[in-house]
Design a protein around this ligand. Structure first.
Ligand SMILES: *Cc1c(COP(=O)(O)O)cnc(C)c1O
Length: 438
């Protein structure tokens, strides 16, 4: 292509009024280089950028769009509601319906409150845990992301120097907030046990994604999450599952159902809003009652439980609850995994695919072992990923612009989409890897 694309012109304009021209950092594509994409419209499995180029989308709103873009039932629900008002500052019957559907879906959940983002959901869940236990410390995992509240961007790493490029590290957080958080490596139950043996009486909660979706895709090892349930019980700390991505992604409800492990608190986001801004915190009534009058924990929101989100959320959950929905997604995921794995083997590409249901990660390193923690994540070949991302983009496939994000399939992906994607992936890696190895 010659000259600057209209995406580039648009971003040049955007940078004059918005830092980097983006309202959320990954959208700048700085990690993979090249001009960022600006979307014009999207439907089903496809996104069309402002230059008119069409992509098969594997970013899928960072996992929010399990039905793909502009699903007709979801779009209708939003359109109908918009004509009846978009915000009342009053409660609605639809909020109760969405709440009832989620409460009924997951054994660990008796009550729920909606907020407008995953950030708020996790922020409030940790506030409840601190209130309930009267303790300060939150134990979380290296490489995890739980939204951008001060309390969760807080990290002992902020007190050190030299890791400022990590997305989970930020300046501008007070020393005290940074001291209120502890970090362990994901999947490392021994390190967790050691931390509890030193700080157990001060730990309010362990905060964990049941599979980690914010450092690529790192599956929890069998027994790891159970070990967190056991040790939190032992020390009287709460266990919080951050299911902002995993909730309703692998099954109808929380991953807690699949594991047979009940966390004390669960956070949701992304999928339950049907592609509109949402978050929710949920759990046993005992904990949720703290945000009721007299419970002592404050939380509120002008747009919390707003009518557009509840309409989109209900419409989405209706589709997800139809028989066979998750079986079909599982079949798509299994097929993609099998095609990539056999393609890699056939071309001596040493990369390994990790998958649960419709979420996949490719580990860009020469090892048959799956990624187990953030140390492993950082051993990957980020340079080759950058080139891979560019090739797939040129070929019309949109991936999250970071190796530390997973590949999300949606119900809208057709067999032809997935075949083209797996072929393009194997082709690109075959060329890139033989260039590296050769
Ligand atoms: C996206 C995400 C959040 C934050 O949600 P926002 O709606 O972006 O504020 C929190 N936790 C996890 C695991 C996430 O992936």
């Amino acid at each position: 292509m010659s000259g600057r694309s209209s995406s580039a012109a648009l971003f040049a304009r955007g940078r004059n009024s918005i830092p980097d021209g983006v309202n959320s950092p990954l959208r700048s594509f700085q990690l993979v280089g090249g001009d960022p994409l600006a979307a014009r419209e999207a439907r089903g499995s496809r996104v069309i950028d402002v230059d008119g180029k069409e992509y098969v989308d594997f970013l899928n709103g960072f996992g929010a769009l399990i039905l793909g873009h502009a699903h007709p039932e979801v779009a209708d629900a939003i359109g109908q509601q918009a004509k009846r008002g978009t915000s009342y500052g009053l409660s609605t019957e639809a909020e109760y319906e969405l709440a009832e559907r989620i409460v009924a879906s997951t054994s660990a959940i008796e009550a729920i409150r909606f907020v407008c983002s995953g950030t708020e959901a996790v922020m409030t869940a940790t506030r409840i845990a601190r209130s309930h236990t009267g303790r300060n410390l939150i134990l979380k995992f290296r490489g995890s992301y739980h939204g951008h509240s001060d309390a969760l961007l807080a990290s002992p790493l902020n007190l050190q120097q030299g890791e400022s490029s990590l997305k989970s590290v930020s300046r501008g957080i007070t020393h005290n907030a940074n001291r209120d958080v502890l970090l362990a490596e994901y999947n490392d139950e021994e390190e967790v046990a050691k931390i509890f043996s030193e700080h157990g009486d001060s730990i309010a909660a362990v905060l964990v994604e049941p599979h980690s979706t914010n450092m690529g895709f790192v599956k929890s090892r069998p027994g790891f999450i159970k070990s967190l349930r056991d040790i939190t019980h032992q020390y009287g700390a709460l266990l919080i599952f951050d299911e902002v991505v995993s909730g309703f992604r692998f099954n109808f409800g929380g991953v807690s159902n699949l594991f047979g492990i009940d966390p004390d608190l669960t956070t949701f986001g992304k999928i339950i809003g049907g592609g509109t801004p949402v978050g929710a915190f949920a759990g046993k009534a005992l904990y949720l009652s703290q945000v009721a009058a007299g419970g002592g924990v404050f939380q509120s929101g002008t747009f919390a439980g707003n009518p557009l989100t509840t309409a989109a959320g209900i419409a989405t959950l209706k589709v997800l609850s139809r028989p066979g929905f998750y079986d079909q997604l599982e079949a798509k995921g299994a097929w993609v995994e099998q095609q990539l794995t056999s393609g890699f083997a056939g071309h001596r590409i040493p990369f390994r695919v990790s998958r649960v249901g419709s979420v996949l990660g490719i580990a860009f390193r020469d090892s048959s072992e799956p990624l187990k923690d953030y140390r492993d994540v950082k051993t990957q070949d980020y340079e080759t990923f950058t080139r891979f991302h560019r090739r797939l983009r040129d070929a019309g496939f949109l991936l999250a612009p970071s190796l530390e994000e997973p590949i999300f399939l949606s119900a809208a992906h057709t067999d032809a989409d997935l075949r083209a994607f797996t072929e393009a992936t194997v082709d690109a890696l075959r060329e890139l890897y033989s260039a590296v190895a050769g």
